[in-house]
Design a protein around this ligand. Structure first.
Ligand code: HAM
Length: 443
């Protein structure tokens, strides 16, 4: 196997591999990418979200403010520019959209519904579902303080999955609340700020470690009350969680009713695959309320497809007034695996509909003119004016999945009679003049 990062000796040819953990997109890959982005766009735009964009470069300090230690210290691509400024390739979009909204805080009227599909860079160990560059749909709603924001944003997530043709039992929406976790850590377990932070990170890693190790780490961190912590995190439903909190800690836990209300309303809206998961913490520090993640129910894709939640305080790092916010990110890598696993990807079909192959010498200009007329009527036409044999021209069109081919020479141009061959069936249709071709291909 070639190591794409190994130093090349001067006489060796350059590697054709892309940089570790990033992808090249050949036309077939772009077709899939465009299908994915198209479904995302149409679902989110149907809820009134508007597209925005920004540069991949951001000042490093933007992420120091609130993204969390792991992402800033271990996962960013950061460098100094020639003016000695610290620069980072964006690892996520949330700080950027918040910066943009803070910059126009007074002019923008709320609710603000914005979306974007940026490429993001994280220095992670490349593995199934996780790469060093991915594209991530970001959907964020600013200015709605109550649970209606969460209802809407989770509904958008479900609408996207529906647009992809996913059935309810193929994915699950796990929901929790930072309010519940904070109340448990600060009020019930009475952990100081540092320990509470560490406990939150431990919850975030729970599913990635063996049970015994989780218990050992919980005991070390929390001491004699760690059984309460473990018991509550093992709750299987909201009612079970409430019961355990009364039994173990004689306490109601703040945030539980809000979550119950969310799940209830989602059910009424026909979203039946949302469940309470007390172990869902989310890695970023900026979440303040409900958090959620979407998972494939097929074990081949164990990583989250979407992740998001409420982040009401992030604007304050820019010195502007607070603005409530709820949103999520959905990566292209995970959804691609999901669609492949559940056979939901369309068959490759390029936009090119017709290959015009020239016969003989000296008719190139006529072929270009002919093609140009078809293009003005919205037919995508590729010309093959090489002097290869007819069979080779047909083979090339087949390989490129172009559905129709026609050969034109002086005879065809003079008689305005063209034979259009359908490559999949081998069937032939005679067309008289351009309009006839256009009507036939567009039918
Ligand atoms: P996140 O959980 O880090 O959240 O990422 C959201 C989604 O992006 C993940 O569920 C996953 O599908 C995808 N993703 C993340 N990292 C990678 C990677 N290295 N390779 C492939 N896919 C990846 C955020 O980024 C938040 N800023 C989302 C958000 C928006 N919260 C509020 N608004």
């Amino acid at each position: 196997m070639t190591d794409e990062n190994a130093k090349q000796s001067p006489n060796q040819p350059l590697s054709t591999e892309p940089y570790k953990g990033v992808r090249d997109f050949y036309p077939e890959d772009m077709f899939v990418q465009n299908h994915i982005f198209g479904a995302m766009r149409s679902a989110v735009e149907s809820f009134g979200f508007l597209e925005y964009g920004a540069s991949i470069l951001e000042p490093t300090e933007l992420y120091k403010a609130k993204s969390g230690e792991e992402i800033v210290n271990d996962q960013t691509y950061s460098f100094k520019d020639r003016g000695d400024r610290d620069v980072t390739l964006r690892p996520e979009m949330t700080p950027t959209i918040t910066r943009m909204i803070a910059a126009r805080r007074r002019e923008l009227s709320t609710p603000i519904r914005w979306y974007s599909i940026p490429n993001l860079f994280r220095y992670e160990k490349p593995q199934r579902g996780r790469l060093r560059e991915h594209f991530q749909l970001n959907v964020d709603l600013f200015g709605v303080e109550n649970i209606n924001a969460e209802i809407e944003v989770v509904s958008v997530a479900a609408a996207i999955m529906k647009k992809f043709g996913a059935k309810d039992d193929q994915y699950i929406i796990r929901v929790n609340s930072r309010k519940i976790l904070n109340y448990l850590l600060n009020e019930v377990l009475k952990l100081d700020t540092e320990k509470a932070y560490k406990a939150m990170k431990l919850i975030d890693r729970k599913d990635k470690m063996p049970k015994d190790e989780f218990k050992t780490q919980a005991d070390d961190l929390i001491g004699s009350k760690s059984h309460i912590f473990i018991s509550l995190l093992n709750a299987t439903s909201i009612d079970d969680f409430k019961k355990r909190s009364m039994d173990e800690a004689s306490s109601d836990i703040m945030g539980v009713e809000e979550l119950a209300n969310l799940l209830d309303t989602l059910k009424k809206l026909g979203i039946n695959n949302a469940i309470f998961d007390p172990t869902l913490a989310r890695g970023f520090d900026y979440y303040t309320g409900i958090v959620f993640e979407v998972y494939d129910t097929d074990a081949r894709n164990p990583r989250a497809l979407f992740g998001g939640g409420r982040f009401d305080d992030l604007l304050s790092v820019f010195g502007t007034d607070k603005l409530p916010a709820v949103g999520f990110g959905m990566g292209d890598v995970g959804i691609n695996n999901f669609l492949e696993t559940h056979n939901l990807l369309p068959e490759y079909a390029p936009k090119t509909k017709l290959a015009i192959c020239t016969i003989g010498q000296g008719i190139d200009i006529a072929a270009f003119e002919f093609a140009s007329k078809l293009r003005t009527h919205g037919v995508s036409v590729a010309i093959d004016a090489t002097d290869r044999k007819a069979g080779q021209k047909i083979q090339a069109a087949v390989k490129q999945s172009i559905p129709y081919v026609t050969f034109i020479g002086e005879k065809e141009l003079a008689s305005k009679t063209f034979t259009i061959k359908e490559l999949e069936t081998g069937g032939e249709t005679i067309c008289s003049g351009e309009q006839d071709i256009i009507d036939f291909i567009k039918k």
